[in-house]
Design a protein. Structure first.
Length: 502
C-alpha cells in the first residue's frame, strides 16, 4: 500500500464538506482510504494512531487541512490527491463567484431580515467566539460542535439565557423548531407535544414514533448531553421547558435524557410541574423511586415515552410468521447476537432492554462488558458506531453507511452469529438510501452461505415525509429478507427472543 500525506496551509473547510470530499476520493479505483482533516490536536492524534506522522503534520494548525491517502499504488494515491485538489479548487471558485456571500456571522445576520437562529459547526476550540457573536446579535444557537470545555458551556448558556435565547448544545445534532428540522432530524407533523431532550437520536426516535402513530409536536429542543450534570445544573433543560411551554399549542411536555445528577433532576421536574402541562419524563434506565415523580408520568425507554406522550398503550410485540422455520435452517453454531447501531441512544435503549444477556459493548451498561475499539466481541455484542472512536476522521454512520456495511458483512460471515440487530436512521442529513446499501450487502452475502446466514432484525427510524421515505426504506429491506419492527425497542426484544430460541 502507498501512503501519502499533504498539508494545505490556511485551507479551513466545513467538516461536513470534508466528509463529502473524503468519501468521493475514497471511491476511486485502487484507493483504500482518504482522510481530510483540519490540523487540530485531536485530528493529529487520529493520524498518529494510524501510524501517520511527519514534520508537516506536526506543524499544522487548526486552520490547515491535512489530507492522508492510502492506496494500492503511488498512481492511485496521486489520483486521489488530484481529486481532492480539484474539489477544493471548485469549492474556492464557487465561493469567489458568490459576491454577496457574507464574510462573518454578524454580516449574515444583517443580510437576513428576521433571522433568529444560527447553526454553528466549527472545531470546538474555535466555536466559542462565534457563539458569543450570535447571541449578541439576538440569535438562538444550535451548536453542533463538540470538544467545548464544560466551563465554556456554562458561560455560554448563562449568556444566552440572559438574552432570553436558546443555546442548544454543545454536540447538539437534532432539533425541530416551529416545524423546521435542524441538522439530523426528521419531518414530523405539527401537534401538541413539546419536547426538551439531552439526546439526538432519542429525539429522532420519539418524534418519528409520535408521527407514525398519529400525533404531532410543537418543538423539539436539544440541550446537549452534559446539561443535566451537576456542574451545568440543567441550565438549558429548565430554560427550554419554560420556552416550549409558552407555545399555546403545547398540551403535553415530554422530557428525554439519561439519568442526570439527582439534585438537577429534581429541579428539572419542579420546572416541568410549574408549567401546568401534562408531563411525561423518560430517563433511560432510570428508576421512578429515585426521584419525586408526583404529577408526572415516568417511563424508562423511548418506546414507552412516545406512547405515553400520545396517551395510548404500547402495542404488543408480534413476531412474523415463518420465523420458526427460518431459525430451524440455521447452523447449530449460530447462537450470538450482534448489534450494529448508528444511533447512540438507540444502542443504549437496546442494551437496557436486553440486560439479561451478557452483551459486550463500547457503551456497555457494566464495566466488565466494556469493549475498546475496534469493538469486536466474541459473544453477544452491540456497537455504537457513532462513538468518537469511530467518527474521528470519518463521517458519522448516519451520514455514511460504509463502515457499518463492512461490519454487517463481517458479522454475517461469522458462523457463530444468529441474529444481527440494526437501526436505520433516515431524515435530513442522513444517507440518501441506507436501506439500498445494506440490502445489497445482505443479498450478496446470503447467496454465499449454505444456511442463508443470520436473521437480520431492523427498525427504520424516520417518517414517510422524510427525503428517503420510511415506507420505501422498509420495502427495500423487507425484499432483502430483513425482519422489520415499528420501534427500536420491539426490534431489540425480537432479537433477544431469536437468540433465546423464541
Amino acid at each position: 500500500m502507498s501512503l501519502q500525506v499533504t498539508v494545505y496551509k490556511n485551507q479551513y473547510q466545513d467538516s461536513v464538506r470534508l466528509m463529502t470530499i473524503s468519501r468521493e476520493a475514497s471511491a476511486l479505483p485502487g484507493v483504500g482510504r482518504v482522510l481530510a482533516l483540519l490540523g487540530t490536536e485531536s485530528n493529529k492524534n487520529v493520524l498518529a494512531g494510524l501510524g501517520i506522522g511527519d514534520a508537516a503534520v506536526d506543524a499544522a494548525t487548526a486552520s490547515d487541512l491535512m489530507v492522508c491517502v492510502e492506496a494500492e499504488s503511488a498512481e492511485a494515491a496521486k489520483a486521489a490527491l488530484d481529486a481532492v485538489n480539484e474539489r477544493l479548487r471548485r469549492t474556492v471558485s464557487a465561493a469567489a463567484a458568490e459576491s454577496a456571500r457574507p464574510t462573518s456571522l454578524e454580516q449574515a445576520a444583517d443580510m437576513l431580515d428576521g433571522a433568529n437562529m444560527a447553526m454553528i459547526s466549527l472545531p470546538g476550540p474555535m466555536a466559542k467566539l462565534d457563539v458569543i457573536a450570535a447571541i449578541e446579535k439576538g440569535l438562538n444557537v444550535m451548536l453542533f460542535s463538540d470538544n467545548i470545555s464544560i466551563e465554556d458551556e456554562i458561560e455560554l448558556k448563562k449568556r444566552a439565557i440572559g438574552r432570553d435565547l436558546l443555546l442548544m448544545g454543545p454536540d447538539c445534532g437534532t432539533a425541530i423548531i416551529g416545524g423546521v428540522p435542524l441538522a439530523l432530524a426528521n419531518v414530523v407533523r405539527r401537534g401538541s407535544i413539546a419536547i426538551a431532550a439531552a439526546s439526538g437520536t432519542g429525539i429522532q426516535e420519539v418524534t418519528s414514533l409520535i408521527d407514525r402513530f398519529g400525533g404531532g409536536i410543537t418543538h423539539a429542543v436539544g440541550v446537549g448531553g452534559r446539561d443535566l450534570r451537576k456542574q451545568v445544573g440543567g441550565l438549558m433543560m429548565r430554560f427550554a421547558i419554560r420556552k416550549v411551554a409558552e407555545d399555546p399549542a403545547a398540551k403535553t411536555l415530554l422530557l428525554l435524557s439519561k439519568p442526570g445528577d439527582p439534585d438537577v433532576m429534581r429541579a428539572v421536574l419542579d420546572e416541568a410541574r410549574a408549567t401546568g402541562l401534562r408531563t411525561v419524563t423518560c430517563l433511560l434506565g432510570g428508576k421512578a423511586d429515585e426521584l419525586d415523580t408526583s404529577g408526572v408520568t415516568f417511563v424508562n425507554n423511548l418506546e414507552a415515552a412516545a406512547f405515553a406522550a400520545l396517551d395510548r398503550p404500547v402495542p404488543g410485540l408480534e413476531m412474523p410468521e415463518g420465523l420458526a422455520e427460518r431459525l430451524a435452517k440455521l447452523s447449530s453454531e449460530r447462537r450470538f447476537l450482534r448489534g450494529l447501531f448508528s444511533g447512540g441512544t438507540l444502542c443504549y435503549e437496546s442494551l437496557l432492554l436486553l440486560d439479561d444477556l451478557p452483551i459486550e459493548s463500547n457503551v456497555a451498561l457494566r464495566k466488565e462488558l466494556k469493549l475498546e475499539a475496534p469493538c469486536r466481541g466474541k459473544g453477544h455484542c452491540c456497537v455504537d458506531l457513532g462513538e468518537d472512536e469511530f467518527t474521528q476522521g470519518r463521517p458519522h454512520p448516519i451520514i455514511d453507511t460504509g463502515l457499518r456495511a463492512e461490519r454487517l458483512e463481517e458479522d454475517m460471515r461469522d458462523p457463530t452469529v444468529r441474529v444481527i440487530l440494526m437501526d436505520i436512521v433516515i431524515g435530513y442529513g442522513a444517507d440518501r438510501d441506507p436501506a439500498g446499501k445494506f440490502a445489497e450487502v445482505i443479498s450478496r452475502v446470503k447467496a454465499d452461505l449454505a444456511d442463508g446466514g443470520p436473521i437480520i432484525v431492523a427498525h427504520v427510524c424516520g417518517t414517510d415525509s422524510d427525503p428517503q421515505s420510511m415506507s420505501g426504506q422498509e420495502e427495500t429491506l423487507r425484499d432483502a429478507g430483513v425482519l422489520l419492527f415499528p420501534t427500536n425497542a420491539q426490534a431489540a426484544r425480537a432479537a433477544g427472543a431469536i437468540v433465546r430460541g423464541l
